[in-house]
Design a protein around this ligand. Structure first.
Ligand SMILES: [Zn+2]
Length: 445
């Protein structure tokens, strides 16, 4: 078992306390001591990493990822990536998330039935680097709904982006199929999406279909995630106990009351970066601000900002991340959400970092051992050059994230923090590429 002590760091521990100067000792996969300035940790056997004043914080959780989205400008481009290349793509994306400090992620739907599950299994087995990962299903949808991307001449269901069901029994079969594949949670598209030509305020599923999904998921001990932009779809999430609510832009007062009354159960991952980027950053791909406004995104962003501000005041858990993996918001740029949470939702920088860390541990269903710098907790740790509480944008810069540790193992570090390879304490496992600074967008496509 390897042992590492971080000295000379400012610790943001994810508890809500103000950052303090101190030291952190990691032994094996866990944090075993957190020391404050003036009470140094004595650990002569440990590899010492002098943080030189760096900001030490828990690894972050991305609450709504689609590793199989391939940084292209359309859903069709994702849909038609052949399965073999698609799997390799997901492997590369997983590494990119880890490089950017996302040590945990929740898969919000895969573009093919088993991509998420196979990726999670490979990462868990140590075959490839990636965040701790909860694997999702494909997006379950209705005929003509969001993610039913077949053209009239294409065979029904074959090659489709989503998993199309009609009626409760088909829903039962589809749910059981994904459970058989080993998903951690199911995903359902309970509302539309403007870019697909479907109103975000539509709610196309019948109550019977949603009830069936919920019953079958619960029987297997699985959670359910929902694309839920309309007010009614958010209410459906609460009525049917679907824990993971994505978007929630048009949640009305009744929906907010329902969510607040059940706030211990639900998480909201608004994916607000999608609204902002599609509205303001997609022009090179043919979506000008005027076009996106016409689609409905400006109104949705304005409404979502108001809704999320209310939600935050009510103490409903809101987490960063969501829908990165398009040309105008490529994988790895996810930390843009942190600034957006301040600007659009009115969170303080401390609240934002807590939502990315402490709440992330809760989202990952490991609140007692993940998301904080605390004795006994899993050693998912970042060293950051600079103070994100003064400037959250530094977490978008791979050069500023100087070290990523997951499960007590150092994944990525800049040259100056670690002693040369030969001096590393025997038993310390370093990946072959540790010490190599890489650009985030090194992947070509
Ligand atoms: Zn999504």
């Amino acid at each position: 078992m390897s042992s590492v002590v971080f000295t000379n760091v400012t610790i943001f521990d994810g508890s809500g306390a103000a950052p303090f100067k101190g030291e952190v000792l990691v032994d094996g996969q866990r944090i075993v001591r957190v020391g404050r300035e003036g009470a140094p940790i004595s650990a002569p056997q440990a590899q010492c990493i002098d943080g030189k004043g760096a900001f030490l914080m828990p690894g972050m959780t991305e609450a709504h990822t689609h590793f199989s989205w391939n940084d292209q400008p359309s859903l069709t481009a994702i849909q038609f990536m052949p399965p073999e290349e698609h799997m390799l793509w997901c492997v590369r994306v997983a590494k990119r998330y880890l490089e950017m400090g996302w040590t945990s992620a929740l898969g919000a739907a895969a573009a093919k039935p088993r991509l998420d599950v196979v990726l999670r299994n490979a990462v868990d087995a140590g075959e490839f680097p990636g965040p701790r990962y909860l694997a999702g299903s494909q997006e379950i949808t209705i005929l003509g709904g969001l993610a039913d991307n077949t053209l009239p001449h294409m065979p029904f269901r074959e090659l489709n982006f989503g998993a199309v069901v009609s009626g409760p029994e088909e829903m039962r079969a589809m749910t059981r199929m994904f459970i058989k594949y080993g998903v951690d949670h199911l995903k359902i598209n309970l509302s539309g999406e403007y870019i697909a030509g479907l109103s975000a305020e539509s709610s196309p599923f019948s109550e019977e279909e949603i009830a069936m999904l919920s019953a079958e998921a619960k029987r297997a001990g699985k959670r359910v995630a929902a694309h839920a932009r309309s007010a009614e779809s958010v209410k459906q999430c609460v009525r049917h106990g679907l824990e993971l609510v994505f978007h929630a832009s048009f949640a009305d007062e009744e929906a907010l009351d329902m969510l607040e009354a059940n706030k211990e159960k639900h998480f909201v991952a608004p994916g607000i970066g999608w609204l902002i980027s599609t509205l303001y950053h997609a022009e090179p791909w043919g979506i000008s601000e005027a076009t996106a406004t016409k689609m409905g995104y400006k109104r949705e962003l304005e409404t979502a900002a108001e809704t999320l501000q209310k939600m935050h005041k009510r103490g409903i858990r809101i987490l960063p991340g969501g829908d990165y993996g398009f040309a105008w918001m490529p994988h790895g740029t996810n930390a843009r959400d942190l600034e957006y949470f301040v600007k659009y939702i009115g969170m303080t920088p401390t609240e934002v970092l807590l939502s990315a860390t402490k709440l992330g541990g809760e989202l990952m269903m490991r609140p007692d051992e993940l998301g904080q710098i605390r004795e006994g907790y899993l050693a998912d740790i970042l060293l950051v050059d600079g103070n994100p509480l003064n400037d959250l944008a530094i977490l978008q810069d791979p050069k500023k994230i100087t070290l990523v540790m997951k499960d007590g193992e150092i994944f990525r570090t800049s040259h100056d923090l670690l002693p040369p390879r030969g001096e590393v304490h025997a038993g310390t496992k370093l990946p072959a590429d540790a010490g190599v600074e890489r650009a985030v967008h090194s992947t070509t496509h």
